[in-house]
Design a protein around this ligand. Structure first.
Ligand SMILES: C[S@@+](CC[C@H](N)C(=O)[O-])C[C@H]1O[C@@H](n2cnc3c(N)ncnc32)[C@H](O)[C@@H]1O
Ligand SMILES: Nc1nc2[nH]cc(C(=O)O)c2c(=O)[nH]1
Ligand code: SF4
Ligand SMILES: [Mg+2]
Length: 210
């Protein structure tokens, strides 16, 4: 159980439930191959059945941590910081992103977009989920749209989502990891026929890095 005082700090975004943080190579999407510091904030109730970090879902098991601590560590390693989770937009991202920018860091987010968009972002990766669709403001802010393809129907979903983002948003299809052998041929064929889309792979999993 956390105290009322701590809960108040979490509500303000001064403390956040930190699952893990690590310096690695961004494995996915537009910045694939770029060194970046990752901050993984616990808490998500979207509930994707194929989620590769289900341990993140329960915010209660991840210790409320002062954002200042996270920012110090991140800024000491990298000028590019990716906020992920869990679903980071479960929380108020205003103060975390402000502190990161004050330290000269670029702020990137990995989000399903299911909740109110808070924070100041240099890059928004929107990965929409059918079971909890993004809010209108996140579609507008998205720099890249990364749709996870678990089955053939997800290609139709991808087109519906692409119709909602801005014109310069970069479009990616990423195979769901456990079903990648089946989905990769389908994605390759689809991208060759519909070249507005690009392929994104979880390259960190092939490289055996976090
Ligand atoms: C774990 S999520 C955390 C951020 C946020 N909740 C979201 O879904 O965008 C980070 C990224 O991994 C993707 N992802 C999660 N599980 C995956 C899987 N099994 N295969 C491929 N991508 C996956 C998500 O769609 C998202 O783009
Ligand atoms: N290397 C690496 N790249 C990533 N890109 C998005 C990730 C995420 O879990 O949000 C991720 C991750 O977990 N590791
Ligand atoms: S929204 Fe993201 S963290 Fe939440 S269940 Fe889906 S993939 Fe996992
Ligand atoms: Mg990941």
């Amino acid at each position: 159980m956390i105290t009322k005082e701590t809960q108040a700090l979490v509500d303000e975004g001064i403390m956040l439930p930190l699952m893990e943080d690590f310096y690695t190579i961004q494995g996915e999407g537009f910045f694939k191959g770029t060194a970046a510091y990752f901050i993984r904030i616990g808490g998500c109730d979207v509930g994707c059945h194929w989620c590769d970090v289900k341990e993140s879902w329960d915010a209660g098991v991840h210790p409320p941590t002062h954002i200042g601590e996270m920012v110090e560590k991140a800024a000491a390693s990298s000028d590019t910081v990716v906020i992920t989770g869990g679903e980071p937009l479960t929380w108020d991202m205003t103060l975390l992103t402000k502190s990161l920018r004050d330290k000269g860091c670029k702020t990137h987010i990995e989000t399903s977009g299911a909740y109110k968009l808070t924070g100041d972002w240099d890059w928004v990766c929107l990965s929409p989920k059918k079971i909890k669709l993004p809010t209108d403001e996140v579609y507008v802010a998205a720099n890249e749209l990364k749709v996870i393809v678990f089955n053939k129907h997800d290609l139709k979903f991808a087109e519906e989502q692409a119709a909602k983002v801005s014109e310069n948003c970069i479009l990616y299809l990423q195979p769901e990891w456990s079903n990648r052998e089946k989905m990769i041929p389908l994605i390759i064929d689809y991208v060759m026929k519909n070249p507005k889309w690009k392929v994104s792979l979880q390259t960190h999993k092939y490289l055996n890095i976090p």
